[in-house]
Design a protein around this ligand. Structure first.
Ligand SMILES: *[C@@H]1O[C@H](CO)[C@@H](O)[C@H](O)[C@H]1NC(C)=O
Length: 247
């Protein structure tokens, strides 16, 4: 679930590609290049590679693990509807994500990036309440998830402004979406539970993994988009746009 925090890191990469340290990420891209998107793709990916272990000089910290404070999920309404809250979500594998496609519109400063991550793992504490599968499923325990084939699309738009004779971008809008090809997950070390309930829960969770992700997605997308926006805007303020895109 936490896999998309990944993008925060990734964005650092993308945007930091605008620093003066062009050697870090494989060079600037020309607006007049008919294949400018292919150029951006190469540059962004070499920067991601460079930043894997963190890049203090760019204000980028160590990327693993990615931590999300809290997410919750609700299935069914009413007082007995099942609710689960996940806390201290730690995700690893984000630094292995690569960009597979870039589409840019440099006239209007819009960018759409497609990313792929082969494998992301997450661990969290969880608490649940309500009824699931006709069983009172209140309690807590540990959650684990393994996500294979994570695909993400990130869109953002910036607005240029001048400062000290340089052009920068101010972030105006950011949207993201994602999918996971294969999900395996489960709960363990349940309190107030027994082996039968634990097995039933795990069967349910795995059978409905994609549905559960879908339920969680709006909250996850909101959380990630907000974090990414703050982060991206901060980076954009530091790195001149005319340092990564030239005429
Ligand atoms: C990244 O991928 C490599 C090669 O598959 C793997 O050995 C490594 O554990 C991965 N890193 C993380 C943080 O998952």
């Amino acid at each position: 679930m936490a896999n998309y925090q990944v993008l925060v890191l990734f964005f650092a990469a993308v945007i930091a590609s605008g620093t003066s340290n062009t050697h870090i990420f494989g060079g600037r891209c020309s607006r007049r290049d008919p294949n400018v998107d292919a150029c951006l793709l190469r540059s962004f990916n070499s920067l991601i590679e460079y930043m894997k272990g963190g890049a203090p000089e760019l204000g980028i910290e160590e990327s693993e693990p990615i931590v999300i404070d809290e997410l919750s999920i609700a299935l069914g309404g009413g007082p007995d509807g099942y609710r689960a809250t996940f806390k201290d979500i730690h995700a690893t594998g984000a630094s292995n994500m690569t960009i597979t496609n870039v589409r840019s519109d440099l006239e209007t400063h819009q960018f759409q990036l497609t990313l792929f991550g082969p494998h992301i793992s997450a661990r969290a504490r969880y608490r649940s309440s309500g009824v699931l599968l006709l069983v009172r499923a209140s309690g807590g325990g540990e959650y684990w998830g393994e996500y294979e084939g994570v695909k993400a699309k990130v869109y953002f738009r910036g607005e240029p402004f001048e400062r000290d004779g340089r052009t920068y971008l101010k972030l105006q809008q950011l949207k993201l979406d994602f999918s996971v090809k294969d999900i395996q997950m489960g709960v363990e070390k349940l309190q107030n539970s027994n082996a039968v309930l634990e097995a039933a829960l795990n069967l349910f969770i795995n059978t409905n993994a994609q549905e559960l992700l879908k339920e969680m997605k709006p909250e996850l997308k909101r959380d990630l988009a907000e974090k990414m926006s703050r982060f991206l805007d901060n980076i954009l303020q530091k790195i001149p746009y005319d340092d990564w895109i030239v005429d």
